[in-house]
Structures are given as structure tokens and as C-alpha cells.
Design a protein around this ligand. Sequence first.
Ligand code: ATP
Length: 471
Amino acid sequence: MKEPSRMDSAKGDTRPPSRLKILFADDELSLQELMSIELPRMGHEVTVCPDGPTAVAALERNSYDCIIVDLDMPGMSGIQVIGKCKELSPDTDAVVLTGKASFETARDALRFGAFDYLTKPCKLVDLKGLLLRVAVKREWVNKCKALKHQLERVQGKTELVGDSPSMAKVKKLIEKVAPTSSTVLILGETGTGKELVARAVHQHSLRREAPFVAINCGALPEALIESELFGHRKGAFTGADEHRTGLFEVAHGGTIFLDEIGELPKSMQAKLLRVLESGEIRRVGDNTAFVVDVRVICATHRQLPDMVETGDFREDLMYRINTFEIHIPALRERIDDVPEIAGHLFRRFRPTLKSGDELFTPDAIDLLQKHSWPGNVRELANVIEHATILCDQPPISPEHLPQRFGAGRKSSGPPKLKIVSPISLRELENHAILEALDRHQGNKPAAADELGISLKTLYNKLSQTQLDKAG
Ligand SMILES: Nc1ncnc2c1ncn2[C@@H]1O[C@H](COP(=O)(O)OP(=O)(O)OP(=O)(O)O)[C@@H](O)[C@H]1O
């Protein structure tokens, strides 16, 4: 096996994104010489290999942004090199060089995961353009990874914590339904983890690499929902100054999560049903419809059959979305899960905790397990965040819990607010919201009504509480 030769255009550790680390493999000496001069001239770093085995050995030792391989090499074909490359380093982009005669083989190479191909004799300007496209694609992939990472930090990992029998059942249902393309309806009180379950379904499905797009049907004004979901053409209505891509289109290949589906206005229910039945969407102001491949997951804390009875929800839509139901029990019905979820949340808020640390005193756990959790896991997360701020050193003890957990106080029913020491306005507001939600069994429109705020404001406040925690 021959030694590869490396040519750099510049030395140094940090490379601009457009500068690629390239592995070039071709048995033609003249091409090897040309590439070792021209690729560095284009600003790339190149390692030149005379055959397939040498290229694979180089791939085993180093990582490359891109490999350019000749298809017809003695000993090992370019397709075999690409196969090995995808195994060793799936992120490396492969470009195939081929003679005109092997056009079909080049097409096969694309099927094997090559980024593109060039026909010999290739013009340097074409090679330069192609490598620029590789660099641009890599930059976008990196940006996507960074965004995904940021999103995970804000949302927390999609880890469904809790092994109580009822949660074990939920996990089993997720496992069963995830690989299918069935529409899923997730039911449960506010804060029980409906969005988390929807994410888990997406992540266990074959669509996991495609987008998961969540929208809260109750948080958008009626006039905007249609263009938010399906998009609009520029000029479709007053204020439509730009073309807008709808969320169904954004989610193509992936999953759309329609949270609070019970809040969807009647006019939109009919349009959604049409989309679910035909798989086609039409942008507002557009005459032509187009097909999207999107899995739909819906969630609600409402009793849809009751809404059908009162005429607030279309019966046909209910039957279209409730093919497979997952009911998430309220936290008070799986109180055994509280210590584990509380520990998980404490670690989320304080990532520096060590694995052997005692996280809670038995008294604190006792108080947490006696609470009725009207706001479910979201309320628990609030409480643990509060305790994390007060607790310099673990374990969390009763004094770190909010006032309403006064040690020894038995909680049954919604917590009653007693202001005995300073309390922040935000805490007071959160408490009022949780109590109102509890009084109305999680019914957000009714709670918003009682609080004298719009449903949209209530959603904003609930998600603000979540953002505060994530931030
Ligand atoms: N089993 C669980 N394990 C870990 N974290 C959980 C669990 N259930 C819920 N959470 C956390 O609780 C918070 C609320 O969850 P989520 O937003 O999924 O609830 P929801 O039912 O969709 O709420 P809403 O009805 O208000 O839309 C999130 O921070 C989520 O990560």
C-alpha cells in the first residue's frame, strides 16, 4: 500500500468554513499531480491517494470534510471506498469522478450516498463550484446542529422520566405507535408532559432526522392560524407583505404537533380535516394544492366527545385524529414518580451535581409526595427551580421549597396561598394561574376567563415561566 501525500494551502489550526479538508483518490498519476497543486490553490487542504486501500487507511486515521474518488480504480472500486467512508465517517461528503462510460455507476454512487459526481475530464471551474456547494452544505449542517443543540438546552432532553405502572404503559404505547405513521391523540391535564410525549413519538419514529414542529392552536388569533399552518402568498391579504411558508410545509418529512387541538376554531377544523384526508395543502391566496408528507400528533386537555356534543368540535375530525390515543395520567395519580422526576429536574437546573450526591432530604420528598400538583410536572419543575436557587449545597430540604409547602402541612386539593414572607410578583402570579387552572380542572379558557386575561396571554405566561426556567 502506498503512502498518501498531503498538500496544504496554508498552515494553522483554524480553517474558514469554505476551506475543506479533502481526500483525493485516483490511480491516474497526472490527476494526482494536478489535484495536489490545484486543490490547495482553491484554498483547500488535500491528501492524495493512488488507490482505494490507501484512501481507506487514510480515512481510518484522519477525518475529512470531503473525499473525491475515482470510480474505476484497480483493487478497490470508488463505490467500495465510499461505502467504507460512510461507515467510518458518515459526515464526510463524497464526490465521485467518473468517465462518461460509467454514467450508470455514477448514479449508483449517488444512491450509495455520494454528494455529487463529476465526469472526466472535469473542468477545474466545475470542481471549484462543486466544492463550494459542499462547503455551503456543511456550513448549513453545522448551523442546524448548533440550533438543535440550543433547542435541546431550552427544551430539555426528550427524556420521559418515571417508571410507575401508568408511565410504563405510556412508554409502551409510544414504542408501539412511533414506527407507524398513525395520527396520535395525546390526552392529559395541563403540564402532564403531552408535548414531551409527542416529541418522544417523533424521536422513536423513522422521521426522527426530519423536523418536529409544534404549534399551540389556542395561542394564535383565529385570523392568523390558517396562514401559520398552511402559509400564504405575498399579497394574499392586507398585511401579507411577504410569501410565508406554512408549518405543514416546514414539517415535510417529519411531524407536526398540534397542541390544544380543542381550541382550533370551527372554520379551521374543516380545513384541517381536508388536509388530513387528502395529504394536500393550499397556501392562502394560492389556487393550486400540493402534497406534504407530515405525521400529525394532536393533544388536548379537553374532553373532545363533550365538545362534539355541544357542537364545538367536529365529530368527523375527532374520529380522524383519535385513531390512537395516549392518556397521560395526572402527577397526583403517579405520586411514586415524584422523587425521580424531581431529581431529574434538579439535575437539569444544576448540571454540576455529581452522580452520588444526595439530592433531597426525606422530609422534602415527603412534602413533595403529599402535594396534589394541580399544575402537574410543570408545577413540579417550578418548585424545583425555586429550590435550586435557594439551595447552595444539596440536598434540597423543606426550607428550600416555596412557602406553600410549609413543613408538615398536608396538602389535599389545590394549594392555598398564605403570604407570610416576601414573595415575588412572578411567584404570586404563577400561583394564581395554577390555582385557577386547578379550579377548572386544567381548562385553560375557563381559567383565563376567571383570571381576567385572554387565553393567548395565559399561554404566553405559561410559556414565559418555561423560558425563565430554561434560560
Ligand atoms: N415524565 C416527565 N419527565 C421529565 N420531564 C417531564 C415529564 N413530564 C413533563 N416534564 C416536563 O414538564 C414540563 C411540562 O411538560 P409539557 O410542556 O410536555 O406539558 P404539556 O402537557 O404539553 O403542557 P400544556 O398542557 O400546558 O401544553 C416540561 O418542562 C417537561 O420537560
